[in-house]
Ligand binder design. Structure first.
Ligand code: T5A
Length: 209
């Protein structure tokens, strides 16, 4: 499989502050001499970006089924992993991903309450044994995260879900983060300076491993 590149992922609800965490990780990893490639999900290839548009779009009278949403997330992920992530890791580059598979487990599994076995099957087909080397889960209370996201402009189709959807999503994130020894939880209810310090510390400790 891949040579020596590592796949680092940032996860969290909307407004958790993933964008600035991605910037900190990228800077810190580059500072020790690695080439960093940034990705986002859904998206990151021409086709996956088109899927992103489709999945974030509001289709007015046409209900987007939970199954269609799940399949689109995995279709985009298949494109990104095979065309971008794996080839870069093979070349020894590090990939910093804004969201990956944990998002599907949390949003579609927790939020949409899709059966875990169905998600697991898609995961096995799409990713096989591939998984991130390290994940930072940026934890935010849904109300606060949505307030921050709203402050940035219009909410998309998924962001317009009710609070209980995001509470279920967060609960699933926390559960899965706790079970994963390669996942660190960052409390983003603190001020930004404290959050950034925690992110820097987490990635520095990973680099020193
Ligand atoms: N999705 C995605 C699924 O349902 N399943 C999947 O499998 C995948 C891959 C993606 C959508 O798709 C869903 C999840 C999403 O709904 P997106 O546009 O990528 O859509 O959505 P997000 O990744 O959530 O993007 P956001 O931009 O909303 O979140 P960020 O990046 O976490 O937020 P950020 O960094 O832009 O911060 C938001 C604002 O908050 C402020 C920032 O300055 C910014 O203004 N902020 C803080 N303010 C105070 N204190 C702090 N500690 C702060 N941290 C940030």
């Amino acid at each position: 499989m891949h040579k020596s590149g590592k796949f680092i992922v940032i996860e969290g609800l909307e407004g958790a502050g993933k964008s600035s965490a991605v910037a900190i990780l990228t800077r810190t990893i580059q500072a020790v001499g690695h080439t960093v490639v940034n990705t986002r999900e859904p998206g990151g290839t021409a086709m996956a970006e088109a899927i992103r548009d489709v999945v974030k779009h509001d289709w007015k009278d046409e209900k987007v089924t939970v199954e269609a949403e799940l399949l689109l997330m995995y279709a985009a992920r298949a494109q990104l992993v095979q065309n971008v992530i794996l080839p870069n890791l093979d070349q020894g580059h590090w990939v910093v991903g804004d969201r990956h598979d944990l998002s599907s487990q949390a949003y579609q599994g927790g939020g949409r309450q899709i059966d875990q076995n169905m998600i697991e099957s898609l995961r096995n087909i799409t990713l096989k044994a591939f998984k991130p080397d390290f994940t930072l889960y940026m934890d935010v209370e849904p109300q606060e995260g949505l307030k921050r996201a709203k402050g940035r402009g219009e909410l998309d189709r998924i962001e317009q879900e009710d609070l209980s959807f995001f509470e279920r999503t967060r609960a699933r994130y926390l559960l899965l983060a706790e079970q994963d020894p390669n996942c660190v939880v960052i409390n983003t209810m603190q001020d930004m300076q404290a959050v950034h310090k925690d992110v820097e510390l987490a990635i520095t400790q990973f680099l020193e491993r």
